[in-house]
Design a protein around this ligand. Structure first.
Ligand SMILES: [Zn+2]
Length: 399
């Protein structure tokens, strides 16, 4: 497991601070000559310098869902373009994703340049405090309103307000999706009939100065469905590499290309899977199980006292041993899991589990009472803080 990655300064392992997903768009804003400061990152120009990002009139940021740094390194034989980027010393070190290492949380951190304690998007699923129903945070099911939860301005919005052209190229179905509204609102949204058409549209957009954002989904999807070591994933990875080459060949000369991701992936192991439904000592006192198999949020029975919650945490710790790190809500906030504790929005506390469970190794913690059988047996997963989940690429090149 990595140490907890800090937003304001690097941790003992040199991760975090500027080398963090939250710093990418603020640094890019400075590279475009329109520095945006956020509640977490006040000095966009300082981030640009720390990351070694050159200034440019046109910047193309590509986010490849689920493409962790170590996933790329291990499979680089299949991706000539990414391999050539990786061989550049400027690209040889990863940056860090958020906690949890999950799409909704990471994209809100990326889009706003802040932290989950401010965006309110604290995991794959979290409770709606009004109803105690679970809300899946990509689609905002369960009655949570994307604009009421995610109140931070996005970097895209702030750049657009400053008169910078900002364009997103993505799939049509994501144009007005809850996640787009919450985390990535602001740009002009262009979309073609398929991923390849989106890539071409993004390339075309770079010919006008400003920021172009392209989102590529398929590697993550194939990873969850077949596992990231499976040939389906490799084939998707090869296609992503091809799409990147196409974009680059059609983009305006002098465009600054940045490639990053929201999180990496690990292979799960059926032998280390723990099903809450099968263990009374895990079930007892837990009202709702949220989060996801690598980052579980436990909501205690309503009205549970602090002593009861602490006892529940202790019971989970005893049962899991080295298979997971178990934090109470206060411990998690104090440790900085959701960003600098002093920045945490008061209303965000209610979304967090009373207990947060971070799986180690290849352990998954599922609940067959409420999750589909398929969801409890995904061959590749993410959410926790191992290197393979946290470390993401920050590849850059001037075209
Ligand atoms: Zn993702």
């Amino acid at each position: 497991m990595q140490d907890i990655v800090t937003y304001d300064a690097p941790n003992a392992q040199g991760r975090g601070g500027a080398r963090h997903l939250s710093a990418v768009l603020p640094a890019v804003s400075a590279a475009l000559g329109a520095p945006v400061s956020t509640r977490v990152h006040a000095d966009a120009a300082g981030l640009q310098t720390a990351l070694g990002i050159p200034s440019a009139r046109s910047v193309l940021v590509v986010l490849v869902d689920g493409l962790g740094f170590w996933n790329v390194v291990e499979r680089k034989g299949h991706a000539p373009f990414l391999r050539s980027l990786l061989s550049d010393s400027a690209n040889s070190r990863p940056i860090s994703s958020s906690f949890p290492t999950t799409t909704a949380t990471a994209l809100s951190v990326f889009g706003t340049g802040t932290c989950p304690g401010l965006t309110g998007m604290t995991g794959y699923s979290q409770i709606n405090p009004a109803t105690r129903e679970l809300s899946q945070m990509i689609k905002f099911t369960g009655g949570l309103d994307p604009l009421a939860v995610q109140t931070q301005p996005t970097v895209f919005e702030q750049l657009a307000n400053a008169g910078v052209r900002v364009t997103t190229a993505g799939l049509y179905q994501f144009k007005n999706s809850a996640l787009t509204q919450a985390a990535l609102r602001g740009p002009k949204y262009i979309s073609g009939p398929n991923a390849e058409a989106n890539a071409l549209a993004a390339a075309k957009a770079t010919h006008t100065p400003g920021l172009t954002y392209l989102y590529i989904r398929d590697a993550d999807k194939m990873g969850h469905q077949y596992g990231w070591r499976d040939e389906h994933w490799v084939s998707a990875f090869e296609t992503v590499d091809e799409q990147l080459r196409t974009v680059v060949s059609r983009a305006a000369r002098g465009t600054l290309l940045i490639i990053t991701a929201d999180h990496g992936m690990i292979s799960s192991n059926p032998d280390t899977r723990i099903d809450i439904a099968e263990h009374a000592e895990l079930r007892e006192g837990v009202d709702v199980v949220g989060g996801e198999p690598r980052a579980v949020a436990l909501y205690a029975r309503e009205g549970a006292s602090t002593d009861e919650v602490n006892a529940l945490a202790e019971r989970w710790r005893d049962f899991l041993g080295s298979r997971a790190l178990v934090y109470t809500k206060d411990e998690a906030i104090r440790a900085g899991l959701y960003g600098p504790g002093e920045l945490m929005r008061e209303d965000v506390r209610a979304y967090l589990g009373d207990i947060l469970v971070l799986a180690t190794g290849d352990v998954t913690i599922v609940d067959s009472r409420v999750q589909t059988d398929m969801a409890t047996r995904l061959p590749s997963v993410h959410g926790s803080l191992t290197k393979a989940e946290v470390d993401i690429p920050l590849f850059m090149d001037v075209l």
